[in-house]
Design a protein around this ligand. Structure first.
Ligand code: CA
Length: 357
Protein backbone atom coordinates (compact mmCIF):
# COMPACT_ATOMS: atom_id res chain seq x y z
CA UNK A 1 0.00 0.00 0.00
CA UNK A 2 1.40 3.25 -1.01
CA UNK A 3 0.88 6.24 1.26
CA UNK A 4 -0.70 9.43 -0.10
CA UNK A 5 2.46 11.54 0.10
CA UNK A 6 4.38 8.92 -1.73
CA UNK A 7 1.62 8.63 -4.32
CA UNK A 8 1.67 12.42 -4.79
CA UNK A 9 5.40 12.30 -5.09
CA UNK A 10 5.27 9.59 -7.76
CA UNK A 11 2.49 11.29 -9.62
CA UNK A 12 4.31 14.54 -9.36
CA UNK A 13 7.46 12.82 -10.48
CA UNK A 14 5.84 11.34 -13.60
CA UNK A 15 4.25 14.64 -14.42
CA UNK A 16 7.58 16.32 -14.01
CA UNK A 17 9.25 13.70 -16.14
CA UNK A 18 6.76 14.13 -18.94
CA UNK A 19 6.93 17.85 -18.60
CA UNK A 20 10.69 17.85 -18.69
CA UNK A 21 10.82 15.47 -21.62
CA UNK A 22 8.31 17.60 -23.53
CA UNK A 23 10.21 20.71 -22.61
CA UNK A 24 13.55 19.37 -23.72
CA UNK A 25 12.07 17.83 -26.85
CA UNK A 26 10.58 21.20 -27.55
CA UNK A 27 13.90 22.80 -27.00
CA UNK A 28 15.46 20.29 -29.35
CA UNK A 29 17.50 18.34 -26.87
CA UNK A 30 18.51 14.80 -27.86
CA UNK A 31 17.15 11.55 -26.33
CA UNK A 32 20.46 11.22 -24.59
CA UNK A 33 19.81 14.42 -22.80
CA UNK A 34 16.37 13.18 -21.82
CA UNK A 35 17.89 10.19 -20.20
CA UNK A 36 20.19 12.42 -18.27
CA UNK A 37 17.20 14.37 -17.12
CA UNK A 38 15.45 11.23 -15.98
CA UNK A 39 18.50 10.30 -14.02
CA UNK A 40 18.54 13.69 -12.45
CA UNK A 41 14.85 13.41 -11.68
CA UNK A 42 15.33 10.15 -9.91
CA UNK A 43 18.04 11.57 -7.70
CA UNK A 44 16.18 13.81 -5.42
CA UNK A 45 12.68 15.07 -4.94
CA UNK A 46 13.93 18.53 -4.09
CA UNK A 47 15.87 18.61 -7.30
CA UNK A 48 12.75 17.40 -9.11
CA UNK A 49 10.68 20.15 -7.57
CA UNK A 50 13.22 22.78 -8.53
CA UNK A 51 13.44 21.34 -12.02
CA UNK A 52 9.66 21.37 -12.27
CA UNK A 53 9.52 25.02 -11.27
CA UNK A 54 12.31 25.92 -13.71
CA UNK A 55 10.58 23.96 -16.47
CA UNK A 56 7.31 25.71 -15.72
CA UNK A 57 9.00 29.09 -15.77
CA UNK A 58 10.76 28.21 -19.00
CA UNK A 59 7.47 27.08 -20.56
CA UNK A 60 5.78 30.26 -19.41
CA UNK A 61 8.62 32.26 -20.87
CA UNK A 62 8.52 30.36 -24.13
CA UNK A 63 4.75 30.69 -24.34
CA UNK A 64 5.09 34.38 -23.63
CA UNK A 65 7.70 34.71 -26.33
CA UNK A 66 5.55 32.73 -28.79
CA UNK A 67 2.51 34.80 -27.96
CA UNK A 68 4.50 37.96 -28.25
CA UNK A 69 5.83 36.88 -31.66
CA UNK A 70 2.36 35.85 -32.71
CA UNK A 71 0.97 39.22 -31.63
CA UNK A 72 3.73 41.02 -33.41
CA UNK A 73 3.33 38.94 -36.53
CA UNK A 74 -0.40 39.60 -36.56
CA UNK A 75 0.20 43.36 -36.72
CA UNK A 76 0.02 44.94 -40.14
CA UNK A 77 3.40 44.90 -41.70
CA UNK A 78 4.71 48.32 -42.18
CA UNK A 79 6.20 48.19 -45.61
CA UNK A 80 8.74 50.88 -46.03
CA UNK A 81 7.27 53.40 -48.34
CA UNK A 82 9.58 53.97 -51.17
CA UNK A 83 10.75 57.45 -51.45
CA UNK A 84 8.11 59.32 -53.28
CA UNK A 85 8.99 60.28 -56.76
CA UNK A 86 8.58 63.99 -57.23
CA UNK A 87 5.44 64.54 -59.18
CA UNK A 88 5.86 67.12 -61.87
CA UNK A 89 4.08 70.25 -60.83
CA UNK A 90 1.51 71.17 -63.43
CA UNK A 91 2.42 74.32 -65.15
CA UNK A 92 -0.26 76.95 -65.01
CA UNK A 93 -0.18 79.02 -68.08
CA UNK A 94 -1.34 82.61 -67.84
CA UNK A 95 -4.21 81.86 -70.17
CA UNK A 96 -5.43 78.78 -68.38
CA UNK A 97 -8.66 79.09 -66.46
CA UNK A 98 -9.78 77.08 -63.47
CA UNK A 99 -13.46 76.31 -63.25
CA UNK A 100 -14.30 74.81 -59.86
CA UNK A 101 -17.68 73.60 -61.06
CA UNK A 102 -16.33 71.37 -63.76
CA UNK A 103 -14.42 68.17 -63.61
CA UNK A 104 -10.70 68.60 -63.77
CA UNK A 105 -10.37 67.84 -67.42
CA UNK A 106 -7.07 68.99 -68.64
CA UNK A 107 -7.48 71.97 -70.87
CA UNK A 108 -5.19 71.79 -73.84
CA UNK A 109 -2.57 74.38 -73.47
CA UNK A 110 -2.25 76.36 -76.67
CA UNK A 111 1.02 75.66 -78.32
CA UNK A 112 2.91 78.89 -78.46
CA UNK A 113 3.36 79.91 -82.02
CA UNK A 114 6.55 81.55 -83.09
CA UNK A 115 6.17 85.25 -83.47
CA UNK A 116 6.57 86.23 -87.08
CA UNK A 117 9.68 88.24 -87.50
CA UNK A 118 9.05 91.35 -89.45
CA UNK A 119 11.56 91.54 -92.20
CA UNK A 120 12.05 95.18 -93.03
CA UNK A 121 11.76 95.82 -96.68
CA UNK A 122 14.10 98.14 -98.39
CA UNK A 123 11.33 100.46 -99.43
CA UNK A 124 7.68 99.92 -98.58
CA UNK A 125 5.51 101.72 -101.10
CA UNK A 126 1.77 101.96 -100.50
CA UNK A 127 -0.61 102.19 -103.40
CA UNK A 128 -3.51 104.54 -102.74
CA UNK A 129 -6.78 105.06 -104.46
CA UNK A 130 -9.15 107.93 -103.93
CA UNK A 131 -12.71 108.99 -103.38
CA UNK A 132 -14.08 112.36 -104.45
CA UNK A 133 -15.41 114.40 -101.55
CA UNK A 134 -16.43 117.54 -103.42
CA UNK A 135 -15.98 119.16 -106.80
CA UNK A 136 -15.26 122.86 -107.24
CA UNK A 137 -15.23 124.90 -110.47
CA UNK A 138 -11.92 125.74 -112.11
CA UNK A 139 -11.02 128.17 -114.87
CA UNK A 140 -10.33 126.15 -118.01
CA UNK A 141 -7.98 128.87 -119.25
CA UNK A 142 -5.72 128.30 -116.28
CA UNK A 143 -2.70 126.23 -117.29
CA UNK A 144 -2.08 125.26 -113.70
CA UNK A 145 1.55 125.09 -112.64
CA UNK A 146 1.31 125.95 -108.94
CA UNK A 147 -1.52 125.69 -106.40
CA UNK A 148 -1.66 126.75 -102.74
CA UNK A 149 -4.59 126.90 -100.29
CA UNK A 150 -4.85 129.52 -97.56
CA UNK A 151 -7.95 130.36 -95.54
CA UNK A 152 -10.58 129.76 -98.19
CA UNK A 153 -8.43 131.13 -101.00
CA UNK A 154 -6.58 129.24 -103.68
CA UNK A 155 -3.43 130.92 -104.95
CA UNK A 156 -2.68 129.74 -108.42
CA UNK A 157 0.22 130.15 -110.81
CA UNK A 158 -0.54 129.54 -114.46
CA UNK A 159 1.97 129.01 -117.24
CA UNK A 160 2.71 129.34 -120.90
CA UNK A 161 4.40 132.27 -122.54
CA UNK A 162 2.09 135.18 -122.90
CA UNK A 163 -0.49 133.56 -120.64
CA UNK A 164 1.30 133.25 -117.33
CA UNK A 165 -0.49 134.70 -114.31
CA UNK A 166 -0.61 134.78 -110.55
CA UNK A 167 -4.12 134.77 -109.14
CA UNK A 168 -6.20 134.64 -106.02
CA UNK A 169 -9.20 132.41 -106.52
CA UNK A 170 -12.28 131.79 -104.40
CA UNK A 171 -12.33 128.05 -103.84
CA UNK A 172 -16.09 127.65 -103.65
CA UNK A 173 -17.02 129.65 -106.73
CA UNK A 174 -13.85 129.45 -108.76
CA UNK A 175 -14.04 133.21 -109.21
CA UNK A 176 -10.69 134.90 -109.80
CA UNK A 177 -10.49 137.56 -107.11
CA UNK A 178 -7.14 139.10 -108.00
CA UNK A 179 -4.79 138.44 -110.86
CA UNK A 180 -1.53 139.73 -112.27
CA UNK A 181 -0.13 138.85 -115.67
CA UNK A 182 3.56 138.17 -116.20
CA UNK A 183 5.52 139.59 -119.08
CA UNK A 184 5.31 137.53 -122.22
CA UNK A 185 8.90 136.47 -121.81
CA UNK A 186 8.14 134.55 -118.66
CA UNK A 187 6.70 131.11 -118.30
CA UNK A 188 5.35 130.84 -114.76
CA UNK A 189 5.70 127.62 -112.80
CA UNK A 190 5.50 126.47 -109.16
CA UNK A 191 4.14 128.54 -106.26
CA UNK A 192 4.61 128.54 -102.50
CA UNK A 193 3.39 130.65 -99.57
CA UNK A 194 5.91 131.69 -96.92
CA UNK A 195 4.16 133.73 -94.26
CA UNK A 196 2.79 136.68 -96.26
CA UNK A 197 5.04 136.11 -99.26
CA UNK A 198 4.17 134.25 -102.39
CA UNK A 199 7.15 132.74 -104.23
CA UNK A 200 6.62 131.99 -107.92
CA UNK A 201 9.06 130.07 -110.11
CA UNK A 202 9.61 130.47 -113.78
CA UNK A 203 10.39 127.59 -116.07
CA UNK A 204 13.63 128.50 -117.88
CA UNK A 205 14.07 132.15 -117.01
CA UNK A 206 16.31 131.37 -114.01
CA UNK A 207 14.38 133.82 -111.91
CA UNK A 208 11.74 133.62 -109.20
CA UNK A 209 9.37 136.37 -108.15
CA UNK A 210 8.28 137.40 -104.67
CA UNK A 211 4.81 138.89 -104.02
CA UNK A 212 2.68 140.14 -101.20
CA UNK A 213 0.00 137.49 -100.77
CA UNK A 214 -2.87 139.95 -100.33
CA UNK A 215 -2.14 142.52 -103.02
CA UNK A 216 -0.08 140.27 -105.28
CA UNK A 217 2.30 143.21 -105.61
CA UNK A 218 5.78 142.05 -106.56
CA UNK A 219 8.22 142.74 -103.77
CA UNK A 220 11.38 141.16 -105.12
CA UNK A 221 12.98 138.32 -107.02
CA UNK A 222 15.94 135.98 -106.83
CA UNK A 223 17.95 133.87 -109.19
CA UNK A 224 17.74 130.09 -109.50
CA UNK A 225 20.35 128.00 -111.26
CA UNK A 226 18.07 125.33 -112.67
CA UNK A 227 14.76 125.11 -114.39
CA UNK A 228 11.85 125.84 -112.11
CA UNK A 229 9.00 123.31 -111.98
CA UNK A 230 7.34 122.76 -108.60
CA UNK A 231 7.59 124.61 -105.28
CA UNK A 232 6.26 124.19 -101.74
CA UNK A 233 7.13 125.18 -98.16
CA UNK A 234 7.49 122.88 -95.15
CA UNK A 235 7.73 125.65 -92.56
CA UNK A 236 11.51 125.59 -92.62
CA UNK A 237 12.63 125.34 -96.21
CA UNK A 238 11.37 126.01 -99.69
CA UNK A 239 11.31 122.71 -101.57
CA UNK A 240 11.81 122.93 -105.31
CA UNK A 241 11.75 120.53 -108.25
CA UNK A 242 13.45 121.18 -111.57
CA UNK A 243 12.02 118.51 -113.86
CA UNK A 244 14.67 115.94 -113.03
CA UNK A 245 14.59 113.47 -110.14
CA UNK A 246 16.22 116.08 -107.92
CA UNK A 247 14.47 118.08 -105.26
CA UNK A 248 16.43 120.86 -103.61
CA UNK A 249 15.88 122.82 -100.43
CA UNK A 250 16.20 126.59 -100.25
CA UNK A 251 16.48 128.88 -97.29
CA UNK A 252 13.14 130.80 -97.27
CA UNK A 253 14.82 134.11 -96.48
CA UNK A 254 18.07 134.08 -98.43
CA UNK A 255 16.76 131.67 -101.10
CA UNK A 256 20.12 129.92 -101.07
CA UNK A 257 20.25 126.20 -101.68
CA UNK A 258 20.72 124.24 -98.48
CA UNK A 259 20.29 120.66 -99.60
CA UNK A 260 19.12 118.21 -102.21
CA UNK A 261 17.59 114.77 -102.47
CA UNK A 262 17.00 112.39 -105.35
CA UNK A 263 13.49 111.02 -105.64
CA UNK A 264 13.56 107.23 -105.96
CA UNK A 265 11.05 104.45 -105.92
CA UNK A 266 13.30 101.71 -104.67
CA UNK A 267 16.32 101.96 -106.89
CA UNK A 268 14.51 103.74 -109.68
CA UNK A 269 14.93 107.49 -109.95
CA UNK A 270 11.66 109.28 -110.65
CA UNK A 271 12.14 112.07 -113.13
CA UNK A 272 9.79 114.85 -114.20
CA UNK A 273 8.89 115.77 -110.62
CA UNK A 274 6.43 118.61 -111.11
CA UNK A 275 4.00 120.48 -108.83
CA UNK A 276 4.55 119.93 -105.11
CA UNK A 277 2.71 120.14 -101.80
CA UNK A 278 4.10 119.54 -98.32
CA UNK A 279 1.54 117.59 -96.26
CA UNK A 280 2.17 116.35 -92.74
CA UNK A 281 5.81 115.43 -93.15
CA UNK A 282 5.65 114.20 -96.73
CA UNK A 283 6.06 115.86 -100.08
CA UNK A 284 3.27 115.12 -102.54
CA UNK A 285 4.44 115.46 -106.12
CA UNK A 286 2.84 115.42 -109.52
CA UNK A 287 4.81 113.55 -112.15
CA UNK A 288 4.56 115.24 -115.51
CA UNK A 289 2.35 113.31 -117.94
CA UNK A 290 1.28 110.80 -115.29
CA UNK A 291 -2.10 110.38 -113.65
CA UNK A 292 -0.59 109.68 -110.28
CA UNK A 293 0.93 111.53 -107.35
CA UNK A 294 4.09 110.44 -105.57
CA UNK A 295 4.31 110.64 -101.79
CA UNK A 296 7.94 111.32 -100.96
CA UNK A 297 9.89 111.19 -97.73
CA UNK A 298 11.79 114.51 -97.78
CA UNK A 299 14.48 113.10 -95.50
CA UNK A 300 15.79 110.67 -98.09
CA UNK A 301 13.81 111.16 -101.31
CA UNK A 302 12.25 107.70 -101.19
CA UNK A 303 8.75 107.30 -102.53
CA UNK A 304 6.54 105.92 -99.77
CA UNK A 305 3.31 105.86 -101.73
CA UNK A 306 1.56 106.43 -104.98
CA UNK A 307 -1.90 107.92 -105.38
CA UNK A 308 -3.50 106.45 -108.48
CA UNK A 309 -5.79 109.11 -109.95
CA UNK A 310 -6.42 107.36 -113.22
CA UNK A 311 -9.88 108.17 -114.50
CA UNK A 312 -10.61 111.10 -112.23
CA UNK A 313 -10.80 113.38 -115.27
CA UNK A 314 -10.34 112.80 -118.98
CA UNK A 315 -9.84 115.90 -121.17
CA UNK A 316 -12.46 116.09 -123.90
CA UNK A 317 -10.23 117.53 -126.56
CA UNK A 318 -7.43 114.99 -126.26
CA UNK A 319 -5.14 117.84 -125.31
CA UNK A 320 -1.95 116.15 -124.27
CA UNK A 321 -0.95 119.21 -122.27
CA UNK A 322 -4.04 119.06 -120.07
CA UNK A 323 -2.50 116.71 -117.58
CA UNK A 324 -2.87 116.25 -113.88
CA UNK A 325 -1.00 119.07 -112.14
CA UNK A 326 -1.76 121.05 -109.02
CA UNK A 327 -1.95 119.93 -105.38
CA UNK A 328 -3.12 122.06 -102.46
CA UNK A 329 -3.80 121.21 -98.83
CA UNK A 330 -6.06 122.79 -96.24
CA UNK A 331 -4.25 121.85 -93.07
CA UNK A 332 -6.91 123.19 -90.69
CA UNK A 333 -9.68 121.31 -92.49
CA UNK A 334 -7.51 118.36 -93.57
CA UNK A 335 -8.72 118.77 -97.11
CA UNK A 336 -6.70 117.67 -100.12
CA UNK A 337 -7.33 119.35 -103.47
CA UNK A 338 -6.06 118.31 -106.86
CA UNK A 339 -6.61 119.63 -110.37
CA UNK A 340 -4.99 119.68 -113.79
CA UNK A 341 -3.94 122.06 -116.53
CA UNK A 342 -7.05 123.62 -118.01
CA UNK A 343 -9.28 121.22 -116.09
CA UNK A 344 -12.79 122.51 -115.42
CA UNK A 345 -12.77 121.16 -111.85
CA UNK A 346 -10.83 121.13 -108.66
CA UNK A 347 -11.40 117.91 -106.76
CA UNK A 348 -11.35 117.54 -103.03
CA UNK A 349 -10.35 113.91 -102.48
CA UNK A 350 -9.70 111.42 -99.74
CA UNK A 351 -7.11 108.75 -100.26
CA UNK A 352 -6.94 105.23 -98.88
CA UNK A 353 -4.69 102.25 -99.48
CA UNK A 354 -5.95 100.10 -102.32
CA UNK A 355 -5.87 96.89 -100.29
CA UNK A 356 -8.41 98.35 -97.87
CA UNK A 357 -11.06 98.67 -100.52
CA1 CA B 1 1.12 122.99 -104.41
Amino acid sequence: MISTPILWSKTHLRFSQHLSVSLYCFLGFSVEHIRVVNVLVNMDRRVISVATIIAALVIIGIVSIVLANYTQSSQPTLTPTPASTPTPTPTITPNSTINPTTSPVATPTPTPQPTPIAIPTKNTVIEYTYTIVKIFPHDTTAFTQGLVYDNGILFESTGKYGESTLRRVDLETGQVLTQIKLAKTYFAEGLALVDDRLIQLTWQNKVSFIYNKDSLAQTGNFTINTEGWGLTYDGTHLIMSDGTANICFLDPTTYQKTGEIVVKDGDTAIININELEYINGSVYANIWLQQRIAIIDPKNGLVTGWIDLDGIYQPQNDDNDSVLNGIAYDKAGNRLFITGKNWPYIYEIKIQPKNNT
